[in-house]
Design a protein around this ligand. Structure first.
Ligand code: MG
Length: 257
C-alpha cells in the first residue's frame, strides 16, 4: 500500500527558540526580584524559582500559576505582569517558518506540543505557524475534536501529558492515521528513544539535537551510539529539510539578534 506521509513537529526548541525565551524570562525575573545581585547570580536564582515551580506543577510551565507562585513568595503587590508580556515571533528558529511551510505543502503536518494551552496558542499564532485558532486543539478535548485532527493540515495539538504518555500517544496516532507513515521530529532525546522503542515501520523519528535536554544521559547515549540507518539526526533545520526530502532547498538564514 502506498502510505501518505505525515509529519509530527515538536514546537519548543524544535521550531521555536524556547531556550532563549526562558533566558529572557529569567533575566526579567532577576532584575525585578534580585536587583541587588550581579546578573549571573540573580539569573541563577530566577532559574531555580522556575525549576521549582515546574516540578511542583507536574513538569509543566503555566504562566498563570507561576504568577501565583511568585506572588506567594514576593507578596501580592509585586509588579510581575510585564515580565510575562512576550511577543514570540522573533523567537522562531532561523528558517523554521520556511521549513514548516514547505513541509505543509507536501505532507499532512501536525505540531504536537507539550504545555499549557493559552501559552502554546500564543506561540503558534504569533509566529504564524498556525494562523487559524480553530486548528489548535487541546488534548483534553481531543476525542470531541477528532474530525479536525483527521481533516486539517497544518493542525496543532497541545498535549499537557505529551512526555508522560509519549508511547501511548504515538500508538494512538498510528491507529487513527492507518494510511499514513509518520515522521516524528523532536529535540528531546528521551522522547525520540521512546519512539524508537515502539519499533514500528510506519513511525520514523528524527532527532533534532537542539536546546537543553531534559534527560542528558539519554541524549549522550543516542549521540555516542548514533547510526544513521536506525535514526536520523539533525543539528539544524536545514538538515531536517534534507531528511524529509522536501523539494526545493530550505536555506539556512543567520540567526537574528
Ligand atoms: Mg521540544
Amino acid at each position: 500500500m502506498n502510505r501518505h506521509p505525515m509529519i509530527l513537529f515538536d514546537l519548543d526548541d524544535t521550531l521555536l527558540n524556547t531556550n532563549k525565551i526562558k533566558q529572557e524570562l529569567y533575566q526579567r525575573l532577576a532584575r525585578l526580584f534580585f536587583p541587588q545581585n550581579e546578573l549571573e547570580t540573580s539569573t541563577g536564582k530566577a532559574r531555580l524559582l522556575y525549576k521549582k515551580f515546574c516540578e511542583s506543577n507536574g513538569g509543566v510551565y503555566e504562566p498563570e500559576k507561576f504568577r501565583g507562585f511568585l506572588k506567594d513568595i514576593f507578596g501580592p503587590n509585586c509588579k510581575i505582569e510585564s515580565v510575562f508580556e512576550f511577543n514570540y515571533q522573533p523567537y522562531l528558529l532561523p528558517s523554521a517558518k520556511e521549513l514548516f511551510t514547505k513541509a505543509a505543502e507536501q505532507n499532512k503536518v501536525l505540531i504536537w506540543t507539550q504545555g499549557y494551552l493559552p501559552d502554546q496558542q500564543k506561540k503558534l499564532t504569533q509566529t504564524g505557524l498556525i494562523t487559524n485558532p480553530d486548528s489548535i486543539l487541546d488534548s483534553a478535548s481531543l476525542e470531541a475534536n477528532l474530525d479536525t485532527l483527521l481533516a486539517k493540515s497544518p493542525v496543532a495539538l497541545v498535549d499537557i501529558e505529551k512526555s508522560m504518555k509519549i508511547k501511548e500517544r504515538l500508538l494512538y496516532f498510528l491507529n487513527i492515521f492507518p494510511r499514513h507513515k509518520l515522521t516524528y521530529i523532536d529535540n528531546q532525546a528521551h522522547l525520540i528513544k521512546a519512539a524508537l522503542e515502539i519499533n514500528e515501520h510506519r513511525l520514523k523519528p528524527i532527532w533534532f539535537k537542539n536546546g537543553r535536554q531534559k534527560n542528558e544521559e539519554t541524549a549522550k547515549h543516542l549521540w555516542e551510539n548514533r547510526n544513521e540507518a536506525s535514526l536520523q539526526i539533525a543539528v539544524n533545520l536545514e538538515q531536517i529539510g534534507k531528511h524529509l526530502s522536501l523539494e526545493g532547498r530550505v536555506s539556512h538564514e543567520r540567526e537574528r539578534g
